[in-house]
Ligand binder design. Structure first.
Ligand code: CTP
Length: 401
């Protein structure tokens, strides 16, 4: 498994500049990064994927429908692990696909799924490069945050002199390394994230829980890792794969979560309590399954300790972020919890709205802070929300210095 933030995905499309991709691969390896090559089918006709597999030590990916490849390096998992996507050489065709959001091969599909920085080094004939359509595509991608390494001028494969040569190897590698370094904004920090629901057992087959999917917490942990933080993920039972590189601790009950969080609180610079901790547990539990006829008609519940409120009392330097599921007056509830639990930031969402929050890919948060500000994020995927929350955490950490 690659360490967090250490995987560069090198996208290779079919330009004659492809021979330079081998040197670019080597450049990232020399700087200590693992490189996974993803080729377009046409690139694989120019140069055998075996060459890139041999150089990188990882099988180059070409076909998303190849079962073996999908199992080993599915594009979604790769997209989550990538610290940088560099496409060199990038043809007019792959740039056009990226610009219009097509996903009909491994590379264009991956491009749609990544959240890491994207670096594109075009290489093509001058007329194709200067064509208004290509220039418009480049402009669109730049507006969405992609960085372009301008091609140089000189002798082109078609025999012409002109613009369109792939930028020098060194320029591509240096631009990539700069982007990788710039993204490691939490490099010296420890971020503790809790995620998922807790389960409060009655007996081995019955428990009290809630519909939290864990997606928000897992997205926050993945983003903290991407920014270079040592990341501790304390998770209730969910069906997600923890992000590679997180120190993952699996718990079941609120009580277990509490003791695992408290044991690590001293090491943390920031704590993000995204878990939906059960507020209650059964007053009595059974180690063996009982027949329902043998069980009482009603059960007494007792209240669990509030972990976040406890951290709010214990905190010294830590930035403390709470999450709240609200119905009704979201802002009022958020302000109350922020105050009561002594948080530095409280992210509240309205769970009464359909298709948002629990069990959903998307959410919309209201970020409330002690200064009184309440900032709505707008509806966005949880991956995007995790970036917004961590941007805010970085500002709060900066103020602590
Ligand atoms: N939390 C916690 N320990 C608990 C319960 C909640 O640490 N026993 C944390 C959650 O991880 C979350 C925040 O507190 O960050 C949620 O606050 P909470 O008061 O539990 O919200 P609700 O359950 O929505 O509260 P209420 O039922 O009072 O609205």
């Amino acid at each position: 498994m690659t360490g967090p933030g250490r995987l560069v995905v090198l996208g290779v499309s079919s330009s004659v500049g492809i021979y330079k991709a081998c040197e670019i691969l080597r450049g990232f390896q020399k700087a200590g990064f693992e490189v996974q090559v993803v080729m377009t089918p046409n690139a694989a006709k120019l140069v055998s994927p075996r060459l890139f597999s041999a150089l990188s030590g990882r099988r180059a990916a070409v076909d998303p429908f190849d079962d073996e490849e999908a199992r080993r390096i599915g594009h979604v998992r790769l997209a989550q692990e990538a610290a940088l996507l560099v496409v060199a050489p990038a043809t007019a065709n792959i740039i056009a696909k990226f610009a219009s959001g097509l996903a009909d091969d491994f590379l264009s599909t991956l491009h749609l799924a990544v959240t890491c920085p994207v670096l594109i080094a075009p290489a093509m004939n001058e007329a194709m490069y200067l064509h208004p359509q290509t220039q418009e595509n480049i402009k669109r991608l730049k507006a969405r945050g992609a960085e372009f390494i301008e091609p140089g001028s000189g002798y082109l494969a078609c025999g012409d002199e002109g613009w369109g040569r792939l930028a020098p190897v060194e320029a591509v590698v240096q631009a990539g390394l700069r982007r990788l370094e710039a993204g490691r904004t939490l490099a010296k920090k420890t971020v503790l994230v809790t995620a998922g629901p807790t389960r409060e057992r009655l007996d081995p087959v019955r428990f009290l829980s809630n519909p939290s999917s864990g997606r928000m917490g897992y997205a926050l942990a993945a983003e903290a890792l991407r920014r270079g933080a040592r990341t501790i993920l304390i998770t209730g039972p969910v069906s997600l794969v923890p992000p590679a590189g997180a120190e993952t601790v699996r718990v079941e009950s609120a009580e277990e979560m509490r003791s695992e969080v408290l044991a690590r609180f001293g090491e943390a610079d920031a704590v993000l309590m995204a878990a939906a901790v059960s507020d209650f547990r059964f007053s009595q539990t059974r180690s063996e399954k009982a027949r329902k006829e043998d069980l009482p008609e009603t059960w007494r519940l007792v209240r669990n300790a509030d972990i976040l409120a406890e951290l709010g009392r214990l905190k010294t330097r830590q930035v403390l972020v709470g999450f709240a599921a609200e119905t009704g007056d979201v802002e009022e509830g958020a302000r109350r919890k922020l105050r009561e639990k002594n948080c530095d930031l409280l992210a509240a969402n309205d769970v009464s709205r359909k298709g948002l929050g629990f069990e959903s890919e998307d959410n919309e948060l209201l970020l409330v802070e002690p200064s009184g500000t309440a900032t709505p994020t707008g509806r966005a995927p949880k991956t995007e929300l995790s970036r917004i929350v961590l941007d805010r955490v970085e500002v709060l950490l900066e103020r602590r210095r």
